[in-house]
Design a protein around this ligand. Structure first.
Ligand code: KG4
Ligand code: ZN
Length: 338
């Protein structure tokens, strides 16, 4: 079973070919980082136009790297939710056209569920059920992955995503983007116990996350209570920026680890998957390893599989198709994930 995966939900145009169940033959990504950098965030109009310009080329590159012709494919899998509607439409339109032209079955894939299950590409021993934490610049969510078609959202962020919070704190500390690696590097020279930043809970939602209070606490620490972003940093600060970075990182990681291990306990699983760009964080990895109950197996996909990519879409499409899931050629896109 050879599967072409297509991903265009946000600002990455991606295509990959997978020989099911888990051999990745190609995994191409065209990022748009440079197009949006000046605007401080992804601009939907620019994103969809860039997807439209690149999608054919990226798909052709994925096919060429895999050494396959379209007639040698067995399935097309495409992200159809959640995401920016204009961006999703480009990938889904390409997938529909290819499925029609080459008489191939089509499966629509939920982007975050694909993140949650992507570790199955590199961990053949990983079987359902497991718990998955997806933490990136766009999402922070905990999933109970009980069966291929039984994936339940246990909790998600009610405001900022974890990676977004790292990125915003990096701006406050005058560091480059993406902020996660920059904050984490600076934090290596700091004391994680120097400042007690808040660990927020969401009322009535045991496994949800909130990072905006933490972000504001860092801002107030730097600028004084009620501080404006453009106010000068306080000159009386005793803590170094490295201490602020380390204390912030520990607060963010503490919340991620606590909720994740609560989910593991509630679900009674023996396998835990961490995905998304924030999974690269060394303190997160160390804290999880130190605080995990004995016997819990931790699976962290490689960076290419953690970031937005189409191999995870092909993988998820293949496992859904193996259970009989097929979508019509009028497959629609949806902004929401629920
Ligand atoms: O999954 P990803 O590559 O892309 C999207 O979100 O689309 O995740 C990128 C996010 C950024 O917010 C980045 O700052 C964060 O992951 N990140 C990290 C680290 N490496 C990347 N956050 C904390 N620590 C890191 N080492
Ligand atoms: Zn993503």
């Amino acid at each position: 079973m050879r599967v072409l995966g297509i991903e265009s939900s946000c600002d990455d145009t991606a295509a990959a070919v997978l020989r099911a169940p888990r051999e990745i033959l190609s995994n191409e990504v065209a990022t748009q980082y440079d197009l949006h950098a000046a605007f401080g965030g992804v601009v939907p109009e620019i994103a969809s136009r860039a997807h439209a310009e690149r999608v054919t080329l990226v798909i052709e590159r994925a096919m060429k790297t895999a050494g396959l012709g379209f007639d040698e494919l067995d399935l097309i899998a495409v992200t159809h939710r959640p995401g920016l509607v204009g961006s999703l439409l480009v990938g889904v339109s390409a997938a529909r056209a290819l499925a029609l032209a080459h008489d191939l079955p089509l499966v629509g894939v939920h982007h975050i569920e694909a993140h949650a299950t992507s570790a199955r590409a590199e961990s053949p021993e990983l079987q359902y059920p497991f718990v998955s934490l997806v933490a990136s610049g766009g999402h922070t969510a905990l999933y109970a992955c009980r069966q291929v078609q039984e994936i339940e959202l246990l909790g998600a962020t009610v405001d900022d995503a974890a990676g977004e919070c790292f990125d915003k704190v990096a701006v406050m500390l005058g560091l480059e983007q993406p902020g996660g690696p920059a904050v984490s590097k600076l934090a290596m020279d700091g004391d994680p116990k120097a400042i007690r930043f808040p660990r927020s809970r969401v009322k009535g939602e045991r496994l949800a996350f909130s990072f905006s209070g933490l972000k504001t606490a860092v801002l107030y620490h730097l600028k004084g209570p009620g501080g404006q972003r453009d106010a000068p940093d306080r000159s009386d600060l005793e803590d170094s920026y490295a201490d602020i970075a380390a204390s912030f990182e520990m607060a963010a990681v503490d919340v991620l680890v606590k909720r994740t291990l609560e989910a593991v306990e509630a679900e009674g699983v023996e396998d835990l998957v961490i995905g998304g760009g924030v999974a690269a964080n060394r303190v997160l990895r160390a804290e999880l390893a130190a605080r995990a109950p004995e016997g819990l197996r931790l699976h962290i996909p490689s960076i290419q599989l953690c970031a937005d990519n189409a191999a995870m879409i092909a993988l998820r499409g293949a496992e859904l198709h193996a259970e009989g899931v097929v979508h019509d050629l009028d497959l629609d896109v949806l902004a929401t994930g629920e």
